[in-house]
Design a protein around this ligand. Structure first.
Ligand code: EPZ
Length: 417
């Protein structure tokens, strides 16, 4: 296992290009299962989760090739309806094969993904929706078994906004008979990106990006050649790094329109943010102002930016309150930040942060993807050296993060642990 050593106190400046979005690439690569030809995907980030997805798709019978940021997938020989535990446990988003497998093979046996560090992560809404489309669902020996000779359109209401639930059912409904309406659907840019790709494949999906998505089933879908949208969470992480270090960073190949909630909060914290078509420049303030945030489904403040923003608040002047409304256990990074001198008190789903003049470098342990990123950010502003252990969490969702930080002038070194 590797660890990352960060020397604090550097001011970051320079230009970096943002990679393709992990959370758009995963469902889009998996949507290849709905076609029987060669699909080409560009601007795919080089991440562990992408590799896991490619292994999973090969397990189902697809032919997958990765060449730099280009991935080609031909699911013409798709034949295996089973996604085994040892693959699904590596990446929960594997549950996204459920809808496409039932739509294409009329059956699926997918391991229940189980929970993770940030929460129980149930999939009841995925299963309820699939049953509404006519699938027979059984839970046996830790697996979901779904069967349907033909999926038929239905009117489905999500009682909780679910990103992958919306994506799973959008893919299943694309090949169903008749019209499906998804109500209280997720509005994330990654959902819109998937709908755009499905429509390019011949689907008929209207309303993606709003809370009501209408899918009119078609008989088949054809392969496509598409590019993955930029990763708004990677971009947000580097924007916080600029604000933290009184830096001056320009991010290219990004989509400012996907980051309005974060931009608003960073401006309130005192950052100067200049936006152009596909780039954002962030100039960090001398003095960081305290700002309250509440995580919400898109377009609200993203839960995937909560840990990173908490680091900014831990060295702001004054008190701030961060409410986490999406996941029940997404404050694991707090105890590690406290070991670095952060003054944070948790009460239920709220954390009260009293800004400190500085943090102090320490050995810390990553626990989940975004918590790992927050610990690296904390190391950037801490006095002395911070060692972040278990950085395999980081590799799941950030492409060569330490190299990008080094390019901006940070001292971020990956070594064998
Ligand atoms: C997606 O996870 C993202 N992952 C997560 O990013 C992100 O944090 C999350 O959406 C919220 O934005 C991918 O897109 C691969 P949800 P997902 O279903 O779809 C409850 C990262 O760091 N729920 O929107 O699994 C659930 O418990 C990851 O990149 C049910 O109750 O999240 C949670 O409280 C972390 N029943 C809430 O909904 C269900 O059937 C939102 O979860 C499904 C979800």
């Amino acid at each position: 296992m590797d660890k990352i050593i960060v020397e604090g106190g550097r001011t970051l400046s320079g230009v970096i290009a943002i990679s393709g979005a992990k959370n758009a690439a995963l469902p889009i690569l998996i949507s290849s299962l709905l076609t029987d030809g060669l699909n080409t995907y560009n601007n795919v980030p080089d991440l562990k989760d992408i590799h896991s997805t490619c292994v999973l798709l090969q397990n189902q019978g697809a032919h997958v090739e990765m060449n730099g940021d280009c991935v080609t997938i031909d699911a013409g020989d798709l034949h295996n309806p089973e996604a085994p535990y040892d693959l699904v446990r590596k990446m929960r988003a594997s549950i996204l094969v459920l809808g496409p497998l039932v739509a294409r093979l009329k059956k699926a046996r997918v391991s229940l993904p189980g929970g993770c560090a940030i929460g129980a992560r149930p999939i009841n809404l995925h299963l309820k929706g699939l049953a509404s489309l006519g699938a027979k669902i059984e839970l046996q020996h830790g697996y979901v078994e779904a069967k349907a000779d033909r999926l038929t359109g239905a009117d489905i209401f999500f009682d909780t906004v679910t990103v992958t639930g919306t994506e799973n059912l959008m893919m299943a409904a694309a090949l169903a008979d008749g019209v499906t309406v998804l109500r209280n659907a997720a509005r994330e840019p990654e959902v819109v990106a998937l709908a755009d790709v499905l429509n390019q494949m011949g689907a008929d999906i209207q309303g993606a990006g709003t809370s009501v998505i209408t899918i009119t089933g078609v008989s088949s879908l054809h392969p496509v050649s598409v590019s993955i949208i930029p990763d708004r969470i990677e971009a947000g992480t580097f924007m916080v790094a600029a604000a933290l270090t009184h830096g001056n960073i320009t991010l290219t190949h990004c989509e400012p329109g996907h980051m309005q909630a974060l931009i608003e909060k960073l401006r309130l914290a005192g950052a100067v943010i200049k936006i152009s078509d596909k780039s954002v420049q962030v100039i960090g303030p001398e003095r960081i102002a305290s700002v309250d945030i509440k995580t919400l489904p898109y377009p609200g403040f993203p839960t995937d930016m909560q840990a990173q923003f908490m680091v900014l608040m831990s060295v702001a002047s004054g008190l701030s309150i961060i409410s986490e409304t999406i996941f029940e256990n997404r404050f694991i990074h707090v105890s590690e930040l406290q070991r670095m001198g952060a003054d944070i008190t948790i009460s239920g789903n709220a954390a009260v942060i009293k800004g400190m003049p500085y943090l102090s470098g320490a050995p810390v342990m990553a626990s989940d993807l975004r918590a790992s990123a927050s610990l690296i950010l904390a190391g950037l502003v801490a006095q002395g050296q911070t060692e972040v252990h278990r950085v395999y969490h980081l590799d799941r969702g950030y492409e060569a993060m330490e190299k990008k930080f080094e390019k901006l002038g940070a001292s971020v070194l990956r070594v064998k642990d």
